[in-house]
Ligand binder design. Structure first.
Ligand code: ZN
Length: 381
């Protein structure tokens, strides 16, 4: 589910100097590049105050100072990062430096903590979904495999009529016949496209499909698709196959995916509240969700926006809580964290669960976090 680099970041614990994590976006328009350097600079400005605070040892201060100047340098590299979201993690005294570049926006921020701040990454990279994009014409279809920022033209098929041009038939003079024949051929082609799509869905592990093309052909194809295939279609878009490129296909498909995933998250939130009302497998609020996380009961963690909640972590056993200098499980000293939700998200992913950031208005705005559970966990009093 999540790759090697990310797994390393999740496991990284600094024993000395803190880790500096920075998220920022580079505009797609080269004309706006000038502002990037200034934005990175102002993002890092509050970190200078951390450097000069008495809370850090001399060595930790030096490490953080080196991290700041390294990350400031990112602002200069705007031209190679056009239209990308950048996440970078540095802790020079421990030899940590990782950069993750994505084709999407991040909420911009800079965080200093003992561990890399991974929440925005975890809910995108770690869980990037695979989609199959099918672009259809009456005589030709293209298939694209979409995973995170990657798009590959998987294959394309051509209808038999265009593969064997010519061969005039004795009926070709009859306009009615020509029309019927064209219709039969496009039906056959749609059918073959549907079969190829079903095979590709199975082969790539994509669960969902998006259909693009001219408005008419898209509706014809979707209307004709077998029910099982149609239920996989999450949306459609209009594109001219004659001028499309994989990048253009991605650009057109992304808003469809965003819409679909937004609706899906809203439904997950509604399910959590319904289940809690029915005393089912769900938890609402940070206290309850922490308890469920400690019991490895969380299947899906839902987080409102970029809300942060300070808390405590036991690095020995992984216990997470809101307060307490001593771990209630093993009695070891706990460490404070500026955002215990970040640690919770990591714990849920490591335990094989899912994490969703919910940016839309929902009841979560009040409760901050909710979770769908694998088994019931009693609400703490
Ligand atoms: Zn513990």
């Amino acid at each position: 589910m999540f790759d090697h680099e990310l797994a390393n970041l999740v496991q990284f614990r600094s024993t000395g100097a803190p880790v500096l994590s920075v998220y920022f976006d580079v505009p797609a328009d080269p004309g706006e590049l000038k502002g990037v350097h200034a934005r990175v600079h102002s993002l890092l400005k509050p970190i200078h105050d951390v450097v000069t605070s008495d809370a850090l040892t001399h060595a930790a201060r030096e490490s953080l100072r080196a991290d700041i100047s390294r990350l400031e340098g990112l602002g200069e590299r705007g031209s190679e990062l056009l239209g990308r979201g950048v996440a970078a993690f540095a802790c020079s005294s421990e030899g940590l430096y990782e950069e993750v570049v994505l084709a999407r926006e991040f909420p911009e921020r800079a965080v200093v903590d003992e561990t890399p701040y991974l929440r925005p990454l975890l809910s995108t990279v770690a869980q990037a979904r695979r989609y199959l994009v099918v672009v259809v014409e009456r005589g030709r279809s293209w298939f694209f495999d979409l995973l995170g920022r990657e798009v590959d033209e998987a294959t394309h098929i051509i209808a038999p009529s265009t593969q064997r041009p010519g061969r005039p038939s004795q009926h070709d003079a009859d306009p009615q016949h020509v029309e019927n024949r064209a219709e039969t051929l496009s039906r056959k082609h749609y059918h073959a496209t549907g079969e190829a799509a079903a095979t590709l869905l199975q082969k790539t592990g994509a669960e969902r499909m998006i259909v693009g093309g001219h408005h008419e052909t898209v509706s014809e194809f979707v209307a004709m698709a077998p029910k099982a295939l149609r239920s996989r279609v999450v949306g459609t878009f209009v594109i001219d196959p004659n001028t499309m490129t994989p990048a253009k296909v991605r650009e057109c498909a992304q808003p469809v995916i965003d819409d679909y995933e937004r609706t899906e998250r809203t439904q997950l939130v509604a399910t959590a509240y319904e289940r809690v009302n029915a005393r089912g497998n769900a938890a609402i609020g940070i206290g309850w969700c922490l308890l469920a996380t400690n019991e490895s009961a969380v299947d899906t963690l839902l987080i409102h926006d970029d809300s942060e909640v300070p808390g405590r972590v036991c690095d020995n056993c992984g216990w997470l809580g809101l307060a307490g200098d001593e771990c209630p499980v093993d009695g070891r000293p706990t460490r404070p964290t500026p955002d215990v939700i970040d640690e919770t998200a990591e714990a849920v992913l490591v335990a094989g669960g899912r994490v969703e950031q919910v940016y839309d208005d929902s009841p979560l705005a009040n409760d901050v976090v909710a979770a769908l559970l694998r088994f019931p966990v009693v609400q703490p009093t």
